[in-house]
Each structure stands twice: as structure tokens, then as C-alpha cells.
Design a protein around this ligand. Structure first.
Ligand SMILES: Cc1cc2nc3c(=O)[nH]c(=O)nc-3n(C[C@H](O)[C@H](O)[C@H](O)COP(=O)(O)OP(=O)(O)OC[C@H]3O[C@@H](n4cnc5c(N)ncnc54)[C@H](O)[C@@H]3O)c2cc1C
Length: 287
């Protein structure tokens, strides 16, 4: 697969696909990575998007996806584990593959979850959000997978396959979980440890582990990009959807209210235009 793209867009919801379409229309090559279904696919009917009344969220997403594909955007399923700026360019860790690109648009949707106690403190020291990115570090060790996204059982099976001793934590045991993966009903209430993770607390009891993979549908933005500035839990952007990191743009629900399709699509356009200027070396206009 082609790995050299002018821009990588993370997220294939309305914001990410709008950014991808508009980058393509200005001649840039684009990879859109997405870890699963968007929120919109869950909407029974969307009646407030101009010109398309009566469509289900799924039908709307099919149209958006087809439009971006027809324009030449390349879509790839996978989870972006982290985005590392270097010298004005970026490295994106996609399921363990490192892709280099000139600009990044974050369009990951909203992460509604509040971090559990110990999660932020032990991030990168046993707490991870991406099994395929970080799994190899835990080969031969005991790890917990807190399954909060539809793809979590697959990621737990992957960890089991590479030799981790895995306990899957969720409300019920998923049918697709391999027999060798242990199961604990409940939720992670806290992550415990000193220099590194030592245990997770489930149902009030400590489960000793050296790593915990917290697999939510959306990754907290500042976990994805270290040093990313937030405001009230949303990614802070200026009017051109620029973040505090040059070359990194954000769009859609992750940048704040209104959490609506029309806003996400508009943000995607603005982020794409700013990304094109960045890639072309045009100095940013003052807002
Ligand atoms: C039940 C329901 C009904 C709704 N009804 C309406 C409505 O009627 N009208 C309306 O305007 N809005 C509605 N909304 C809101 C609308 O769905 C959102 O505002 C819109 O989807 C936001 O788009 P987005 O592109 O910002 O994020 P999302 O659509 O959430 O897309 C996020 C994308 O990022 C990807 N992603 C996240 N983290 C990663 C990662 N680490 N690596 C790779 N990919 C990642 C996800 O897989 C997904 O593709 C509804 C929402 C819900 C849940």
C-alpha cells in the first residue's frame, strides 16, 4: 500500500471526510484512517443537514464516504496510536506502522469518557490506548484490556496471539474473544502503581497487571498528540482550525460545540484549506 501522503486525516466521520474531499480538490494526496463506525451511523434519522432530509445516519455516512473515495481519498481501517511532530512534519503510528506525512488533520470525534483515577498519571508507563501499537512491549506479561469499543475483542485476541496473558474486562464476555483470554465482568475503577502500572481495580478488587489497554471508541486527544492544547476538554483551535502545533489541524466534534454534522463538515473544509496553505508554505493569515 502507498505510504507517502501529503496529509493524513485521522477519523472518517463527517469532519474527516470533508477535510479529505477538500484536500483532494486542491490536489493533495490524503490518507484517512479510521478505527470504526462513526457516531453518526447510530442516528436513526438526520433531518437538520441541509438538502438531505430523511436519510438515516448510516445512509448519510455511505454518501459522505463514497464522495471522498470518488475524489481519490484513500481510506484505511486502523487505530492511530500517536502523532509525533518532528521538524514541521509528522510521524503517525498506525497500528504499529509508522507513516510520515507533511500535515495532519485530527477528526476523531468526541471522547465523552472521563479518565479513571491513575489513568493520566500512568499513561505511557503501563496505560495504553492502542494494543497493536504498544502490544509488543508487554509480550510475556499480564495485561488487562478494558473493552469499550466494538474492535476491543480483536485487539485483546491480538495481544493474546503475541504472548501476553490477557484479562478482558467488560459488562459481558464478547462471543469473538478467543478461549485463552480470561474474562472479568465489570469496569476498571482505577489504575494503580508507582513508577509503572501494578494493578487495575475491578469490582473493588485489585487485579495485578503490568499493562492496561483502555480501548474506548475515541482516544483522548492529548493522549494521541503529546503537548496538544485543550480547552474545556476539547482541542483548542483558532478560526482556521489550527491547533497549537504547526501543521496539525483539528475539526468536528473534538473541537467543541455544536456537536452536529453541519458544523463538522464546515470545520473539515476550513481545516483542509489551512492544511493546504501549510503544505504550500503560505504564511498564515491573521484571524
Ligand atoms: C445517536 C446519535 C444521533 C445523532 N443525530 C444527529 C442529527 O440528527 N443531526 C446532527 O447534526 N448530528 C447528530 N449527531 C451528532 C453527529 O453524529 C456528530 O456531530 C458527528 O458525527 C461528528 O462528526 P466527527 O467527524 O467530528 O466525528 P465522528 O463522526 O465521531 O467520527 C470520528 C471518527 O474518528 C475515528 N477515530 C477516533 N479515534 C481514532 C483513532 N485513534 N484512530 C483512528 N480513527 C479514530 C472514528 O473511527 C470515526 O471514524 C448524532 C449523534 C448520535 C450519537
Amino acid at each position: 500500500m502507498e505510504t507517502n501522503f501529503d496529509c493524513i486525516v485521522i477519523g472518517a466521520g463527517p469532519a474527516g471526510l470533508s477535510a479529505a474531499l477538500n484536500l483532494r480538490q486542491r490536489g493533495k494526496t490524503v490518507l484517512v484512517v479510521h478505527s470504526g463506525e462513526t457516531l453518526l451511523a447510530k442516528a436513526e434519522q438526520v433531518d437538520n443537514y441541509l438538502g438531505m432530509p430523511g436519510l438515516s445516519g448510516k445512509q448519510m455516512m455511505e454518501r459522505f464516504t463514497q464522495h471522498a473515495r470518488d475524489a481519490g481519498a484513500v481510506l484505511r481501517k486502523g487505530r492511530a496510536g500517536n502523532v509525533m511532530p518532528f521538524g514541521g512534519r509528522f510521524m503517525v503510528n498506525l497500528d504499529g506502522d509508522i507513516l510520515e506525512t507533511g500535515a495532519v488533520v485530527l477528526a476523531c470525534g468526541v471522547s465523552k469518557a472521563k479518565p479513571v483515577p491513575g489513568e493520566a498519571e500512568l499513561l505511557g508507563r503501563g496505560v495504553s490506548y492502542c494494543a497493536t501499537c504498544d502490544g509488543m512491549l508487554y509480550r510475556g506479561r499480564a495485561v488487562a484490556v478494558w473493552g469499550l469499543s466494538p474492535e476491543a475483542p480483536q485487539e485483546a485476541n491480538f495481544l493474546h496471539g503475541i504472548g501476553c496473558s490477557v484479562t478482558y474486562i467488560a459488562g459481558r464476555r464478547p462471543d469473538t474473544l478467543e478461549a485463552g483470554v480470561a474474562f472479568r465482568a465489570g469496569r476498571v475503577e482505577a489504575v494503580e502503581g508507582g513508577a509503572a502500572v501494578e494493578a487495575v481495580r475491578v469490582g473493588g478488587a485489585a487485579l495485578p497487571v503490568q499493562g492496561v489497554f483502555i480501548l474506548r471508541a475515541a482516544t483522548p486527544p492529548d493522549a494521541l498528540v503529546p503537548g496538544l492544547a485543550l480547552e474545556n476538554g476539547f482541542v483548542k483551535t483558532d478560526a482556521a482550525m489550527r491547533t497549537n502545533i504547526p501543521g496539525l489541524f483539528a475539526a468536528g466534534d473534538m473541537t467543541g460545540k455544536p456537536l452536529q454534522v453541519a458544523n463538522a463538515v464546515g470545520d473539515g473544509l476550513v481545516a483542509a484549506l489551512a492544511a493546504v496553505d501549510y503544505l504550500d508554505g503560505v504564511s498564515p493569515m491573521t484571524d
